[in-house]
Design a protein around this ligand. Structure first.
Ligand code: ATP
Ligand code: MG
Length: 393
């Protein structure tokens, strides 16, 4: 008997037209995550089988991969005779609490002497006989017992652990995540990845007003997020000159509004340059002055690219609970200076006007600074913490 892992896909199987592409992408993501290990994968449209001597570590890593609905430990046998199947099942159900159950049999060896139905009913008898109070329920069973018969080999497995679900990262193309050191934006990035978006990060730094420690924090957050996608490219934009020019030239109640308009402009251009189809950020309705609906309008107005705000309608407590779950919270709450917090005016405008923004932006020629900020970007490719996949589920 050999232990194996079986993966069920969940939501991807409902997308009929795309299913091949989805599964291929999932397989690619799994290969990327396991590339330093010895393993073999077999798959079809319904599930994936993983064979390896290193299943515990593999299981830990699989828990970080979107597109996997369920991870199951199953058993492979090198015999298919019905008497052997009966014995094998009997051994596996010793001490297993089974109340209502259904046996699902798949038979890819069509020369096998019994039909799937016959196998299911024979093996059902084994359960009924060996597990007190067990009962067959074909409509709504508590436990599924899957049996699969191939040429010379058979497999038995039970329900597994629910995993992250979602779509495999990459099936939806790319998005650019505005990543600050706070709590919200890493959660926004996680949620976008969960829908199949591969993310690249953009971080605006303003040295010497922001420290190296603040940048390190963003890199650490990116590293944690990269566990869910194997790697993330982080674009670091030096925002100092733009920030200072805004501070010197713009009426202070509009500092943040204009600053965010500049960030959006740069993000859009960088998104186009890197083939990203959307911007993602951690804005949440009403959280701060720059996230009122009026502010969002005035800020969003400078770009055409869709801006997706996965945490827009979540309460802070909901965002915090997700941040804890995905492993970014502890890093996010470390104290640091953000380019926003340093130049915060006493009374930021809550209902900014577009006309005023446009008027103020004429007071200084920002365009050369935007261009040079992009031209001088620093790109860092970030990969997960060295094999340190903590148990998140
Ligand atoms: P967070 O907790 O994510 O930092 P926040 O509540 O502090 O969010 P803001 O500082 O107003 O809110 O920023 C809103 C969003 O704008 C952030 O979630 C992030 O997506 C983006 N953002 C803010 N500052 C930066 C920055 N320095 N670099 C990149 N993106 C930023
Ligand atoms: Mg912030």
């Amino acid at each position: 008997m050999q232990k194996i892992i079986i993966i069920k896909y969940g939501e991807l199987t409902t997308k009929k037209g795309n299913i091949k592409f989805f599964i291929k992408t999932l397989k690619k993501n799994i290969d990327e995550s396991l590339k330093d290990l010895d393993y073999k994968i077999e798959y079809d449209n319904g599930r994936m089988f993983i064979f390896s001597d290193n299943l515990d570590l593999i299981k830990k890593r699989l828990k970080y991969i979107f597109g996997i609905h369920e991870i199951i430990i199953g058993y492979e046998f090198t015999t298919t005779a019905i008497e052997d199947l009966k014995n094998n099942l009997k051994n596996l159900i010793v001490d297993k609490p089974i109340s209502t159950f259904k046996i699902r049999t798949k038979r890819s060896d069509k020369t096998y002497p019994l039909t799937s139905m016959e196998i299911s009913s024979t093996l059902g008898g084994v359960v009924l006989k060996n597990v007190p109070n067990s009962k067959v329920d074909v409509h709504n069973p508590e436990t599924f017992i899957d049996v699969e018969i191939r040429l010379n080999k058979s497999y038995i497995y039970f329900d597994g652990t629910l995993s992250l679900g979602g779509y495999p990262v990459g099936v939806q193309g790319k998005g650019l995540l505005m990543l600050s050191g706070g709590i919200d934006s890493p959660v926004a990035g996680y949620l976008a990845m969960k829908r199949g978006v591969r993310i690249e990060g953009i971080y605006f730094e303003s040295p010497p007003h922001t420290s190296d420690a603040a940048k390190e924090k963003v890199k650490t957050l990116t590293k944690t997020l990269s566990s869910y996608s194997s790697y993330i490219k982080l674009h670091v934009i030096n925002f100092t000159e733009i920030q200072e020019a805004i501070y010197k030239n713009i009426p202070h109640e509009y500092l943040i509004t204009i600053m965010r308009r500049m960030m959006y402009r740069i993000s859009e251009r960088l998104a186009h340059k890197n083939n990203a189809k959307i911007i993602i950020n951690g804005e949440s309705i009403g959280q701060v002055a720059s996230q009122t609906l009026s502010s969002m309008n005035v800020i969003n107005e400078v770009v055409k690219i869709p801006v997706i705000r996965p945490v827009a309608c979540l309460d802070k407590l909901e965002i915090i609970s997700l941040a804890k779950k995905i492993g970014t919270y502890e890093t996010s709450i470390l104290p640091f200076e953000d380019c926003c917090t340093i130049f915060v005016p006493d009374h930021p405008v809550i209902n900014p006007e577009i006309k005023k923004c446009e008027e103020y932006e004429q007071l200084f020629d920002f365009e050369p600074l935007l261009k040079s900020a992009i031209a001088n970007e620093e790109i860092i490719k970030i990969t997960p913490h060295d094999k340190k996949f903590e148990d998140i589920l």
